[in-house]
Design a protein. Structure first.
Length: 532
């Protein structure tokens, strides 16, 4: 197997990583697929997609993620949300992992995190599995081959699924570990083959570094109008709320589906690909995403398939409900070539309301936008995290608490300043339940959600008649073309209005109880939105 290009002065030996078996630098997709199949990591599917499973870990392990506690980050990390690891424990972990790697083959990918060259991070991914190299080659941004001759990594990520941590020796919780060391500019991942840990580790890293440069790091998808990058929209939301689906609008240009920055220059994608959920994916509703599952080089994770025909079963969640596919952005016909957009004109916050209380869309004042951004209300969708088997209501601040190293108000104040400076309109969109709570009601029709978003983004919704919601105070449209009127009034979709009122009061109480932690850090206008 041939190795790809690499800066001769920046081989692993120059980083103190010695004694390995074969090291394959910057292999392109065909070579990575060949290596993964040859090593028995998975098999070829229809069209040359790579079919694999991730073993016991079919989602992220947030409780096994640590930040090394040093003087450099002591005063800036949100320690209530980020478990600390002692520097000495990390040193032992690093040394033991390097010993474990001796004699084994590894795959190195030198990649960019960030489409804006001013703010990008140069990341070296060292992976034990060839398909992890393929995955991250899709998900981060690929330098031109000539650029690899001078590539020098800012950060290095080492991923060893066969390495098991020792909690007593390494200061962690279990045999699984994800540890970020800002002094060493090093991330170590062990005992999990779930590929999402690779990209989310880099996202967490950017979430810490970029705010110091005045850049808002966002767990969001983004798109812009065709021929007009200035008309940009961003869609905040946790996994399963519709970020990928709703941003992949054929009438707009897709900037990216998950992670972006908002700088003084505009919006930029952190990634070079998409990591889409495939459970119940259909060619009718999402033809381009569906088509990627039979595209050469697409990584198809944990999907059940026919042993003879290799046909994928999009409804089988026996391995996990968190089935996914990873592919480069160029697989989507309307994807941006640059990964860049303007300052967002529209900030959309997606929530999956398992209580069936919130309307399908609401217009937010800037203060209300900060309230809902800091609240981050949604439902954990089955399979996204280990142990979650059905939707559970939760509050995940900034719509991404597991990836936020700094305190929430840091991101909240930065977003508020950018909204105010650029005059963005703000919307809350519920893709969850209507007509009752989870188990009684039904999911919001995707057709209605698309129609409402289209009206918001093209400006026509701004001229509609609005009513004030009695529970949350935001504005809800009374009528929108192409949308059933009763959907816009959640109470009317319930069989018993009194049941809705009780459920709504319960949800309002949950919001208030959760938001109490932020009251000391917010201004009077946001405080009024929280308690009024």
């Amino acid at each position: 197997m041939m190795t790809g290009r690499v800066n001769p002065a920046r081989r692993l030996e120059d980083q103190g990583i010695r004694g390995l078996g074969h090291v394959y630098y910057n292999l392109i997709e065909p070579a990575l697929v060949e290596a993964a199949v040859t090593q028995g990591e998975g098999k070829l599917g229809l069209g040359g997609a790579f079919l694999c499973t991730t073993g016991a870990f079919t989602g992220r392990s947030p409780k096994d993620k640590f930040v090394v506690r040093t003087a450099l980050v002591e005063g800036s990390v949100w320690w209530q949300n980020n478990a600390p690891m002692a520097p000495e424990a990390f040193a032992r972990l690093h040394a033991d992992m390097l010993t474990h790697m001796q004699g084994r083959d590894y795959f190195v990918q030198d990649l960019y995190a960030g489409a804006d060259p001013i703010h990008r991070l140069d990341v070296r991914m060292v992976t034990e599995l060839a398909w992890h190299g393929l995955f991250i080659r899709h998900l981060l941004r690929r330098p031109a081959r000539a650029e690899l001759d001078t590539f020098s990594p800012d950060w290095t990520v080492i991923n060893c699924p066969t390495f098991k941590a020792d909690p007593a020796r390494h200061g962690c919780r279990s045999e699984t570990v994800i540890a970020l060391n800002f002094d060493a500019k090093l991330i170590l991942i062990g005992n999990t083959a779930y590929a999402g840990e690779n990209k989310k580790a880099v996202f967490t890293l950017l979430n810490y570094l970029l705010p110091e440069k005045g850049v808002m790091a966002m767990h969001c998808s983004a798109n812009h109008a065709i021929g007009n990058p200035v008309d940009t929209a961003v869609f905040f939301g946790l996994s399963g709320t519709g970020k990928t689906t709703l941003s992949a609008d054929p009438s707009r240009i897709l900037i990216g589906d998950d992670e972006h920055g908002w700088s003084d220059r505009g919006t930029f994608n952190f990634e070079g690909g998409c990591y889409a959920k495939t459970i119940h994916l259909s060619a009718e509703a999402e033809p381009e995403i569906h088509a990627t599952t039979s595209r050469f080089g697409t990584v198809v994770e944990n999907m059940v398939h026919d042993a003879d025909t290799l046909e994928l079963d999009f409804s089988d969640d026996s391995l996990t409900a968190n089935t996914r596919c990873a592919y480069p952005l160029e697989a989507i016909s309307n994807a941006s070539l640059t990964g860049l957009g303007g300052h967002p004109r529209h900030v959309v916050m997606l929530t999956c309301d398992a209580f069936g209380v919130l309307p399908p869309i609401a217009r937010l004042s800037p203060a209300q936008a900060m309230y809902h951004f800091l609240s981050g209300f949604t439902a954990k969708v089955a399979g996204t995290e280990r142990g979650v088997t059905e939707p559970q209501p939760t509050f995940s601040t900034c719509f991404g608490a597991p990836f936020m190293p700094r305190r929430p108000e840091v991101y909240g104040k930065l977003l508020a300043a950018k909204i105010a400076r650029n005059g963005a309109s703000c919307w809350l969109v519920n893709t969850g339940w209507t007509g009752g709570a989870y188990g009684t009601g039904k999911r919001m029709p995707i057709k209605a959600t698309r129609a409402l978003l289209s009206a918001a983004l093209d400006g026509s919704l701004a001229g509609a008649e609005f009513r004030r919601d009695a529970n949350f105070g935001f504005e809800v449209p009374v009528a929108v073309k192409g949308v059933e009127a009763r959907l816009l009034d959640p109470r009317s979709t319930w069989g018993d209005g009194a049941d809705y009122d009780r459920q709504a009061a319960r949800l309002v109480g949950m919001f208030a109880a959760n938001f109490g932690q932020y009251l000391p850090f917010i201004d009077d206008e946001v405080r009024a939105a929280a308690i009024g």
